[in-house]
Structure formats: C-alpha cells, structure tokens
Design a protein around this ligand. Sequence first.
Ligand code: NAG
Ligand code: NAG
Length: 401
Amino acid sequence: MAHYTNHLMLLFLATISFFSSTFSKDASSINVLSFGAKPNGKFDSTTSFLKAWSNACKSKESATFYVPKGNFLIKQVTFEGPCSNNIKFRIDGTIVAPSDYRSHGNSGMWIMFRNLNGFSVQGGTFDGKGDSYWRCRKSGSSCPAGARSITFSSCNDVKVSGLTSLNSQAMHIAVDHCKNILFKNVKIDAPSTSPNTDGFNVILSTGVTVSQAIISTGDDCIALSQGNTNVWIEHITCGPGHGISIGSLGAYKNEAGVHNVTVTDSIFEGTQNGVRIKSWAQPSNGYASNIVFRNLTMKNANNPIIIDQNYCPGDKSCPHQSSGVKISKVSYEHIRGTSACPQAINLDCSKSNPCEGIKLQDIDLVYGEGSTTSTCNNVGGINSGVVIPKSCVSLHSLNEK
Ligand SMILES: *[C@@H]1O[C@H](CO)[C@@H](O)[C@H](O)[C@H]1NC(C)=O
Ligand SMILES: *[C@@H]1O[C@H](CO)[C@@H](O)[C@H](O)[C@H]1NC(C)=O
C-alpha cells in the first residue's frame, strides 16, 4: 500500500510539474506550443513564434516568452519592438536554422531583436547549421551573404544569460546601436576553419559588458569596431579563434571612435592573436583611446600583443598609405604565458598618427626554450615593472624609423 501511494504521489508530482512547465500558472507566460510550434525540429515554427511574440509584446503586464525543451525549426525572423512591457525570453530548448543555407536569402540575418527597451534572454541554444554555407564559401561558387545568427539592434537595457550559439553561418552575436547590454555565461562554438564566424561583433554601442564567455570559433572571439564606448570584457576563454580585437578601424573616412574599453581576467588558448588593435592604412578620423588589457593569460597564442595600423589586405585600395586612426592611452598590464612565435609584442603604429601613451607593465611572455622579442614602429609610451620580452617602447622610440 505504501508502495502504491508512493507511485500515486510520484505520478501526482510529475503531473503537476508537467502542467506547470507546459502551461505556466503565470497568466502572462506565453508558451510557443500554445501557438502551434512543434518541438520536433522539422515543423516550421516561425509563424507560431511570431504570433506568440505579438501577444507577449502587446501585454501590459511583464510577459515571459517561453520556449520549452525540444528542437524548434525557425526561419529568418525579427522580434520587433517597442513592446508594452519588459519581455523575458526564456528558452529551455534549441532553436534550429533550416539546413539549406539559401533559406535566409541575402538578408544576412537569421534571428534579430530590434527596437527593444528592457528585455532579457535566458538560456537557449541557437544552432545556425552553418556547415553547408561554409562549404559553399570554400568551393568558391557564388554564395549568398552569410547570415549572422543573433542580432541585437537598437536595444536599451538588455540582459542575455546562459545562451549558447553553435555553428553560425557568419557572426554569432552581432550588436549594433545598443545601450547597456550585458552578456553573461554565453557559450559560442564553431570550428576554427569556419570563415568570418566572429563570436561577438559590436558596433556603435555603449555600455556593453561580456562576462564569463567561452568562445571557440573561426574568427575573432570578440570584435569591437567603430563607435563603441564603455565596454567591459571579463573572464573570457578564447580559442581557437583570432583573439579579442578592436577593429578593423579606419574603414571609413568619417567614423566614430572607440573609447574606454577594458579586457580583463581572460585566457587565450591557441589563438591567432591575443589582444589586437587593427586599422586600415588609409585616411580616417577614427580613434581608439583609454583601452586597458589586464591580467591575461596566453597559452600558445600567436601575436599575444599586437597593434597593426598597416592593414591593407592584398595591398588593394590603400598601398603605401598611412592610417589616420589615432591610438592613445593603451595599457597592457600583467600579461603572461606562452607565445606561439618569437615576436610576442608587435606594435606597428601609423607614421602620420603615431601611437601615444602606450604602457607596458608586468609582462612575461615566453616562447618555447627561446627568447621573445618586441617590435615598435611609431610608438610613444612608458614601461613599468618587469617586461619580458625587453620592451621596445620608450619615450624616444616614437621618432625612430
Ligand atoms: C568606462 O566604462 C565603464 C564600464 O565598462 C564604466 O563603469 C566607467 O564609468 C567608464 N568610465 C568613464 C570615465 O566613462
Ligand atoms: C586573473 O584572471 C584569472 C582568470 O583568468 C583569475 O582567476 C584571477 O583571479 C585574476 N587575478 C587577479 C589578480 O585579478
């Protein structure tokens, strides 16, 4: 009898938990299953998601847009605001892109969140199914624009946590024109051979925080391009990937500068670069200033510390020109570990706009059994503490040819 009661009790509890997860008691919780979405990975749930979104967005009380466990096939879609409440997007399942890469057309987008104020995304896996698109790129045939997996455009006060992005066709997470956006505990995974699959790509945004991300991909783990201010990046594990990059800057004659960026407490493992600032070798009014790289560990990273102001791929459109981008007040503090090449520090600044206020402090970068070197062109700044390799930065190195 006791046995039987236990079973009944279990069944009762299981039923309760089934009902509370499927039809949350919270009246303003909007479950995509109620709008016809199917968790079988085959049924196109795009229209159901949009209907659910429209309901959640209209709600006067704060609404939860809920995606339960399972695989949901979703085509190119925009979750457009503004909404009447601070929507919470809670995802226990996986959002899957169509396996035919042509499905996104030439939009360059898969999932987009736009014009939203006060908004959060919790959990969820986004599987971009990028491999057939990368194969198209490699075969050299004409392919559509690669779709970025998740875009946040014109957003204020956004919190994204516990999200995973897999195998994006192009960038994984793109942020543009956002203010106060926090990413916490995000995981990004694509092969090292996948082209242009930046982990995060941020432009024209302010108050951007990325905390505790694990990023393995085929391009930059994080790329900050023009017009980003007040950016905080901490506890990142990057690799494989191209490192954390400010740039490319100076792509345009007229562009907004990058100001007040901190990258701290992070690890770079087998990356093509560690921390890089990169600008096109051509006229521009762009700039990068007040940048701090602190407490970073390099594990067999190529180019652990690099400034490249002579970027001009294929020597097309800008050969023998000089970058107009001004780089100033950049601090490298407490950076140690192993470099995959002897040249551990390479600061190649603009002839016409030399780097100023570069600081190297407590650096210890080694290369196998051999020693490491540093190279400077047009750099002015100071050293502090022990710097290995021997620093090429000095007040008078500014004028050295
Ligand atoms: C720099 O950005 C951080 C956030 O990353 C912010 O807390 C700080 O106030 C900013 N500093 C200035 C001087 O604006
Ligand atoms: C440096 O960063 C590591 C993570 O890479 C962290 O565990 C450690 O506490 C940090 N050290 C300091 C002095 O902040």
